[in-house]
Design a protein around this ligand. Sequence first.
Ligand code: 2NL
Length: 344
Amino acid sequence: MKERLKEIKQEALDRIQSAADEQSLQDVRVYFLGKKGQITEVLKGMGKLSKEERPVIGQLANEVRDEITEALESKKAKLEQVALEQQLQEESVDVTLPGRPVNMGGPHLLRKVIRDIEDLFTSMGYEVAEGPEVETDFYNFESLNLPKHHPARDMQDSFFITDELLMRTQTSPVQARTLRKHDGQGPVKIICPGKVYRRDTDDATHSHQFTQIEGLYVDENIRMSDLKGTLNVFAKHIFGEDRSIRLRPSFFPFTEPSVEMDISCKICGGEGCSVCKGSGWIEILGAGMVHPNVLEMAGFDSEKYTGFAFGMGPERIAMLKYGVEDIRHFYTNDIRFLKQFHGV
Ligand code: 2NL
């Protein structure tokens, strides 16, 4: 029986050694240590042994059982360790892989142009003023020297909401409101960017909704030369130091005298080309000396105060500067268009 127990032990240790997974270990345990296992089989024959032999064999059987149990335990721990390492290997994350790209947005071209213009004028001491897009007839027209039935109202076909309320057709009402708040005390030095609305049929150069930036500087002794100097700085800052400006006489109801400002054409250098329509000059904005009626209606003494004002369309500025051929590109939000101007 001693021999048999030694054989059992050796066979069990060999099979434990070569077991490849937990299931085979379990099979080994049942085969050797189970109720009908090899050790039990041996112990069944104990009855035939002598009194002296019995405890010796019993002790040996216990030792063999303990050794097998211990071998099973340590092999099980080893298998678990291997399984864990394999799992860690399979599920490992490569933290050095590049991340998924994030779609970065950027300011809209129109926004950028407006901001550039704002930055220039605030650097010259102007403040940015804003006001309502739904305006009264008084601020949009009358306070700007455009009484009811004035023929110049026809230039700005409007979206009326009631007889007295409309979508503003220009940002000038913001300037009229700001003037009024100053109670006849200068200086007033502001620029007014914002959306304006006109009843128009949309095409490559017209939109029923677009943006404007107007500027206003009212104080004692403000002269036409101040206007010209300011516009010259503006034109060179936005379009390049190599550009020159010219002023042509024009008409606006709210300014007298009124001018239109052109910049020299960069494409042809003044020779005449398709962009400047052969003239060598490109129209950029309208301006003038604030009409005394506008100053008086806003509570300013037009004998003491004078001022200049100007107005421009950022869409037009952006189209000329960046070669955009259709105003509708600003509003159709085609990402292929918008992306071209990221980082300009
Ligand atoms: C243009 C011309 C202009 C003004 C806007 C203005 C405002 C006040 C008083 C006097 Cl409160 N003038 N604004 C003056 C001249 C021209 O805009 O062609 N804009 C796109």
